[in-house]
Design a protein around this ligand. Sequence first.
Ligand SMILES: [Zn+2]
Length: 290
Amino acid sequence: MDHLVTATAAEGTIRVRAAITTALVAEARDRHDCSPTASAALGRLMTAAALMGGGLKGERRIALQVAGNGPLRNVVAEAFEHDGGIGVRGYALPPDVDLPLALNGKFDVGGAVGRGVLQVTRTLENGMPYTGIVELVSGEIGDDIAGYFATSEQTPSVVALGVLASPKGILAAGGIIAELMPGTGEHAIATLERAAAALPPVTALVRSGADARGLVDAVAREMAPKTLRELPVHFACRCSREKVEIAVRGLGVTTLDEMVREKRSQTVICDYCRQVYELTPREVAALVSS
Ligand SMILES: [Zn+2]
């Protein structure tokens, strides 16, 4: 089962979060019918959202958006507290973009995304959003998240995100983010850099049976890691019939009246989870009179 571990290492100077997200990415791939390249991009971003949203409570959320000039124009992932764990939703547009493998044998996510920006939006408990935008480093997602930590939060970090996809499905997915805590010294930075250089690919670790603690160990074994918390991770959406009705009501009385006269029903499909909501002409009429 997918899960996320939060740990500290090097006497509390480094925070490590690691997650297994194979089922999460598989569900996103199936819901959106993604190509292997789009699955890799979406899966990496959803894994990053889970890792960055690992401590969220209540109405707090984190949303990541990668917008580039490549064929994969837009990748979005959002994480929030859900059902005693971390809920993650997301989509990639268009979902059928597929490129030949890159020279290193990996998915050419950077080629699919192109040049552009990463936008990180943190929503507070009171609903206030705070947004940071950085230029993409490579479009490979992992580098871009590390670039965000360096630029926007002045935090040196190690980010490793991996999705192993075949045309038939997702074979393995997971990720690690290790961040230096504020005010730590040169020694901790050097230790983290050494660990990053020796880190095997995340998907290789997941395929060999590592759980999230195993991923933490892979980066922090030499730094006496201590697990603080373990949470389940799963696909979840924040859409609902009530929210759809509010959106439809937003079309305005004139449009709704017209729909009622022509006895048209309204179909709304959620961008994030592809859930289909049908409103019959009678239900549309009820919206008008309310
Ligand atoms: Zn939805």
